[in-house]
Design a protein around this ligand. Structure first.
Ligand SMILES: *Cc1c(COP(=O)(O)O)cnc(C)c1O
Length: 230
């Protein structure tokens, strides 16, 4: 079941990349495991998945530290894709290879401080909010450049790129302008001297469009593991 889902996704990812004249190897699959149990994650590792995304620090901690998954830790990369509160930065630095959701100078400074303490260089993405939705996190377009500039001076952070999450649309084409905009913002920032190779964008419903627009990481949960219970 899992294998069928995952191979179907890889196929769609490859086709989307090729349609855009891109190399399929430049797009990474982040399997989103929020609410997914340890057994299913183990199975996902066994069929070859290596990058997993969690949206809550506490839930991730249980999984990362579990006996079953700890023994596989050399093979697994954990990504934080949900909002991070400053007071959890310490735990996040211990758990995650990449934090997709840096959205303030204060959070970046705290992550830097905690990383310095443990001698880690923490990889991060800046989350940009391109819609007006109240419920979404992220910096506005105007706040993005100052945040990128601030992170440049935080030597225990390595800024790898940008992340966004458009509103949910039934029709994935509706999400295209958001993906395109994130890519434009990246290109503008690169003109100003930032190096932002990673674009984390696209979910189960719209990852093919995101890849056509330049995504290098797609975050997919439902299409791999099935509907989440709420
Ligand atoms: C849950 C979640 C996803 C995955 O969503 P699916 O629709 O299940 O693929 C991706 N990104 C973020 C930030 C999420 O919270």
């Amino acid at each position: 079941m899992l294998l069928n889902n995952v191979s179907a996704i890889f196929k769609k990812m490859s086709y989307a990349a090729m349609r855009a004249g891109r190399n399929p190897e430049d797009v990474k699959l982040i399997a989103v495991t929020k609410t997914v149990g340890i057994e299913a994650i183990k199975e996902a590792v066994e069929i070859g998945l290596r990058k997993f995304g969690e949206n809550r620090v506490q839930e991730a901690q249980k999984k990362v530290m579990s006996d079953e998954l700890r023994v596989m830790s050399e093979r697994i990369e954990w990504h934080l894709i949900g909002h991070l509160q400053k007071n959890k930065a310490k735990y996040a630095v211990n758990l995650f290879d990449l934090i997709h959701t840096v959205d303030s100078v204060e959070l970046a400074e705290e992550l830097n401080k905690q990383s310095e303490k443990t001698g880690k260089i923490q990889r991060v993405l800046v989350q940009v909010k391109l819609s007006e939705e109240e419920t979404k996190q992220g910096v506005s377009e105007n706040e993005m450049m100052p945040l990128l500039a601030a992170i440049k001076h935080l030597y225990n952070l390595k800024l790898d790129g940008l992340m966004t999450m458009p509103p949910f649309f039934e029709d994935p084409e509706m999400a295209r302008p958001y993906f395109k905009r994130l890519r434009e913002l990246r290109d503008e920032a690169e003109k100003r001297g930032f190096s932002l190779p990673e674009l984390s964008m696209g979910m189960s419903n719209d990852f093919e469009v995101a890849i056509e627009e330049g995504a290098t990481m797609v975050r997919i949960g439902t299409a791999i593991f099935g509907e989440r219970e709420k």
